[in-house]
Design a protein around this ligand. Sequence first.
Ligand code: AHR
Length: 554
Amino acid sequence: MLGRREFLRRTLAGAGLVFASKIGSPFSWGESSGAESRIEVLIDEPLGIISPNIYGHFAENLSGVIYDGIWVGPNSKVPNVDGIRKELIDEMRKIKAPVVRFPGGCFADSYDWRDGIGPSEKRPRRTNFWAGIESDSAPANHRYDPNEFGTNEFVHFCKLIGSEPYLAANLRSLPAEEFYRWVEYCNSPAGSTTLADTRASSGFKEPFNVRYWGIGNESWGCGGNFTAQEYAVEFRRFTAWVPGYGQKLSFIASGPNGDDWAWSRGFFEEIVRKGREQLHDIFGLALHNYAWNLSRGRTQDWDQGKGDAVKFDAVDWYELLREGDRMEGLINGQWQVMSEEDPEHSVKLVVDEWGPWYRPGSEATPGDQLEQMPTQRDAVFSGMTLDIFNRHPEKIAMANCAQLINCLNSLYLAHGDKFVVTPVGHVFAMYAAHQGGQGLRTIFSSPTVNYDRDGKTATFWGLKGSASLQGKELVLTVVNPHVREERPTEIGVRGGSIKSVSISTLKSSDIHAHNTFDRPNAVVPQTIELQLSGKVANNIFPPASVTKVTLLLE
Ligand code: AHR
């Protein structure tokens, strides 16, 4: 076994990856470099195809998300395509954004889609659902929705970036008929109905063919304060007979808040009271989970429990990751509950809101509500979460990071003509290579992290990630959560031979590092390419990092 010194000597200085051994089997561990950590990718143990939609987004009409973030208007000095921020379009094309959810969130259950169609100058102004948390000095369009960005503009945005639209219907304050009419407006063929003609007269002759429809949002709370049983009855009524106009419609039910098993159980029990075949009308159950409580058990108060986005200690770093790591248990637990009435799992999980949620104070644009500054901690959190989704491809049909721009775990921040890609945005760019790949079982073994949690030693896993294969390209993404220690690691590919390797790493010597309008490149991935051969490769995963290892196989 090589000592640590020799391991490091054989490492290309600063480059990370050292060598690939031609000898030995990848991981009977007969031939080992002596690395303290190991990753074994099992080519012959497929988990299922990773839906591209796991890499989805969420854009709510909330403060600066739509107005200033996405929509600058066609007459703006900010470069735009038909009113949509051009830099955003360019960036989202790069990350292969598959699907975007709109218009909410809580906003959805107060929204009348008819306000957002027809000539822009004739559209009404309405009080935004979120107006109550806006200050008097907030831009008028954050408080009073001008409806300039409606269905046409949203679907156009999706087309420009190559995404599918996912519309959330208003179940709380509009009748089911209005939902049917919205589907008709979007999907009925040109010349067929009055609503199709209205669409065409706005320049959109071809149907939008919207497939994904959320039936309300958080119906246990802002979406109507229903019981699970009441909501299930509403869900059945809303979805009982909705023509798709040639487009298969995929309905997504408002699901549980985190570990609210009772909601999922109650919903399924009521749905199947009319027969198991009712399940076939449900594409997904929407799970929402935010990592927000950094109080280390001191409080469950929504405001008191939150931490700061940028000013934090090592313990807060680990606590946030610990909160986020609960996602895997939530997926497994909800899946188990769903199996009680749906043993064949015809309904999948749709995690259509996820991310960290900090207290106010770190906004790039002062006054933007719910906006926070994503740091390297959020990059690691996001990589870890996407890895969790990748490890459950048979369960997760879609996931939507909350939210795309100028909000919680945003990929981008923008204000006027300023725009920046956050560390979270870079993670999405790195992980895009997993989309549509065959998920592979991967075994990680690494020393655990020990840290001080109020005088007691707490532990967290040492290295985790996910792997996928498309043709000869094997993509392995890895998170090292340790704030100080690097992880020299041996990577074995069981069932394949390595031809060449490319490694992209997102790291920073400062765990608080973040990209601002003035310093947009403080945290950017660094990539190295290497020609190697063999079955075993080595890499040193830097502290507090997210890494993508792309292995081209023989
Ligand atoms: O993402 C912000 C809000 O969080 C959404 O509007 C709501 O669905 C959730 O509670």
